[in-house]
Each structure stands twice: as C-alpha cells, then as structure tokens.
Design a protein around this ligand. Sequence first.
Ligand code: LMR
Length: 417
Amino acid sequence: MSPPSATSFTTDVVPQAPEDPLFGLMRAYRADQDPNKVDLGIGAYRDDNAKPWVLPVVKKADEVLRSDPDLNHEYAPIAGIPSFTSKAAELILGGADSPAIKEKRATSIQTISGTGAVHLGALFLSRFYPGTKKVYLSNPTWANHNQIFTNVGIPIAQYPYFSKETKGLDFEGMKSALLGAPDRSIILLHACAHNPTGVDPSLAQWKEIAAIMRQKSHFPFFDTAYQGFASGDLSKDNAAVRYFVEQGFELVVAQSFAKNFGLYGERAGCFHVVTSPAPDAENTITRIASQLAILQRSEISNPPLYGARIASTVMNDASLFAEWEDNLRTMSGRIISMRKALRSKLEELGTPGTWNHITDQIGMFSFTGLTEAQVLKIREDAHIYMTKNGRISMAGLNTKNVDYVAKAIDKVVREAQ
Ligand code: LMR
C-alpha cells in the first residue's frame, strides 16, 4: 500500500493568498523603526499625539457596566440585545418617529460590526432576493465589499463614482450606470463619508439618485460606518438613509459602530431591513426576521456582548448620549482642522496641482490623487504609510506631523513633474 499523501491541500488546490493589503500595511508600519514614521493607513481615529482615543463616554459606560451587580455573561438572544438594536435602528432610520419604525416595517439584528452586517445582508439577498442578483459597487469602494459579495455568490459590477479630474463625484457617470443597470439590481451606497474617497453626493444629488432607483426598481443596500463621525452631527450624516426611508423604499442598512464609538475591536454592528408601506408589511418583516435568525444561528449563533452593551448604555441614557455627541464633535472637529492644515500647507508650499479636494471631501479619508508610484516613494523616503490608491486616513495627521507630511507630498509631486 502506498503511503497516504502528506496533505490534501497542495498548492494547486490551496494556492498562497496575498496578505490583506490594509492589515499588511499596518504590520509594515508597526515594524518600521523610523522615528518620523506616520500612519495614514487604516481608518481608525487617533488623537493629536497619534494615539488611539478611548471615548470618555465609553469609559463612563464601561464603569456603569462593571458596577452593575446583575451583569452576567449569558448568551445574547440570536438577534442580539434588544435595547441595542432598537436604538441602533432609531439612530440610522431617523428616530422613534421614523415611519418604518412606527409602522413596524423594520427589523434589526445585531452583527459582528459593519463587515458582519454587510455579510449577513449579502447572504440574505443571495438566498432570497428575487430581483437581479447582481450588486453594483461604487468605483472605487471599500475593498472588502468585493470579497464579501463574491463569497456569497453575488456577482459584482461597478458604477463610476470618483472623477479623477475634479477629485469629486462623477455624478453623470454614476447616474448613467444606474440607468443602464438591469432593473431590480442591488446598488450598494455609502450612506456618508464614502470610503475610500471622502466624496459624498449632496442631498439634492441623493434625491436624483433615489428617483433613478425608483424608476429602475433598484434595491438600495446602504453601508454606514461614519454616522456622527463625518460631520459631528448624527442627523446630518444619516440624511440619505432617512430620505430613502421617507420615500418608502424597501431597503437594507449595514451599520457599524466601530468608528463613531471607537469600538473597533469590539465588533458592534447591526443589520436593518425596512420594507415598503403595505397592509401586510408587518408580516413581511416578521418573515424576514425569522430567516435572518436562522442565518445568524448557523454562522455565529449569537452576537458578542461587550461592544453592544457599551453602545446601548450610551444610547439609552440622555446625558451619556449628549456626551457622546460631544465626543463625536471632538473627533470630527480635529479631522476637519487637519484637512484645513494639510490643504493650507500644500498651498503655501505651492505644490503643483489643486488641493481644495482635501477640504471638500469629508470623514475619515481623503483621496489625495497621488499615484501608486508616488505612494510607494513616499513610504520609502519619508516612512509615511498610505494605501496604494492614494487614500489617506486623515485621523493619522496631527499638529506635529502635518508639516512633515505636506513637505513629503510636495516632494513626490514635484519629482513626478
Ligand atoms: C478602513 O477602510 O481602513 C477601515 O474600514 C478598516 C477596515 O476594516 O478595512
């Protein structure tokens, strides 16, 4: 008898996969010993000393939880903690008065942050969506969107989004792609602070997008990770979702609390389904919720508690909520001031090109327009880390390094002239 082969998983069966670009970049940054190194890679908030910031309100909520004598570590319900999911729904859908909530046309299920929410939504649609099973992603989009939808077998297509010329929205390109897509396609929309570009449609443009989506019976799939973090105003940052809900769309929302609570590693998120007004809407939503529960049970059984408990404690207490809004203004305010500082340094230096896009774009990221070659050069020469597409995480800038970064950008831009 010949010996059994050593592995079933030979290279032709399991080829070596590339490292995740973003987490690979984080690893390279951490290994870099240069004292001037700057991390503009991963989208995680840093304070003016380039340190992670635990929100003061999160520390308070943590205290509340730790001193609760009734706290235990029993399983959460399959759909998560109700006090969390209900407030999460109010937050994104437009308050307790949202027609979707009042008319019991919404269901919410706690997820492993935004990634888990996008996944659960994609999985649900792959099983149950009877329209065109194809998802249109913005070009560019958050890299993980591609693999999440591909993994559940939903083919992906793209709609134009970013204009290289204006470094703003390619609105005409976007509209004509939505018009050209087969009826009832799934359209993934970033609710605010688009990742990676920082470019958002205006409310008037959202209204035009909604009109096209209605005309084509497209299915809106919102991804929201920056509510309150982008502008500092929770209700400004959910204006697009609110508008679509008010218009009576059937839609889904994947919601992350990683950024706006600084709960990155705690994986607090939520997935919401809203169905359109109809006499049997409540039944529809009950059926959908029952199927989501089955999918959830088979994948994660029930969601993790800690992050959701923190967010729930804050969102259910008026004074903690007000403090959270204040913390959101601190984070967004610092980022906005760094946008102004970077733009004015580049303009002062007379760096070739225009730099108004740095302050026009909003949220965690700015799409600088630097080429891949320039990104690699700046990494090698100045130890400044950003993703290859020229995206910078604005939160990595601070009063101590913004001059250094501006000068390094100036240098690579001039070298390319
Ligand atoms: C990012 O884009 O940097 C963040 O959303 C982190 C992630 O999970 O990709």
